[in-house]
Design a protein around this ligand. Structure first.
Ligand code: 5GP
Length: 198
């Protein structure tokens, strides 16, 4: 049976990557889809693991050659999901997780109607502001831009299948795992198993 495609979106600073790691640790069949981006690599990141860090020229080439399932510009940089490795993983039965922003998520919804879209929200704007400042690695100008972006992203939550409030990592991870379990039990998928077995 083919794997399932999950999308997670949520504003910068809402703790998305921590939740994603906690979910993947508990459910190893879920793998992270590595995006291509034109943004500079950050300390601690690995090329090919966190992202494929590419030039603008290479990104445009990928776009032109139809290599990307979806793409978007976010705070001045381009991001996109390479389709071939994603499809190969799904075909081999792995469930795949795309950590992408809402414009990209809506493109996935159009092209892959069976994808499951999950929105991770901070408990409040105040909590988000505190987390962004707490990181201490970004300028006030960039934080202001991210907060503005976050307000827009929160308005997009209504277009997702599930909303998880990240009040605590363990709770958010547990809810995400519950979504995965529920999706596995969906009749449309299970009925096929019944037909195969009976
Ligand atoms: P960051 O630069 O902080 O790693 O990511 C910035 C934003 O880009 C995050 O909201 C992240 O979810 C989003 N993002 C990462 N990869 C992709 C992608 O392939 N496509 C789209 N549309 N957004 C992405």
């Amino acid at each position: 049976m083919k794997g399932k495609l999950y999308v997670i979106s949520g504003p910068s600073g809402c703790g998305k990557s921590t939740v994603v790691h906690a979910v993947m640790a508990k459910y190893p069949n879920l793998r992270f889809s590595v995006s291509a981006t034109t943004r500079p690599i950050r300390p601690g990141e690995l090329d090919g693991e966190d992202y494929f860090f590419v030039t603008r020229e290479r990104f445009d080439e990928m776009l032109r050659d139809g290599e990307l399932l979806e793409h978007a510009e976010y705070v001045g940089n381009c991001y996109g999901t390479p389709e071939r490795p994603l499809q190969e993983a799904l075909d081999s039965g792995l469930d795949m997780l795309l950590d992408i922003e809402p414009q990209g998520a809506m493109q996935v919804r159009q092209k892959r109607p069976d994808a499951v879209l999950v929105f991770l929200a901070p408990p409040s704007m105040e909590a988000l502001r505190a987390r962004l400042f707490g990181r201490g690695d970004t300028s006030e100008e960039l934080i202001a831009k991210r907060l503005e972006q976050a307000r827009w992203e929160l308005q997009q939550a209504r277009n997702y299948d599930y909303i998880i409030i990240n009040d605590a990592v363990e709770n958010a991870a547990r809810e995400f795992l519950a979504v995965i379990t529920a999706e596995k039990c969906k009749t449309a998928d299970r009925i096929r198993l019944l037909k195969e077995e009976h």
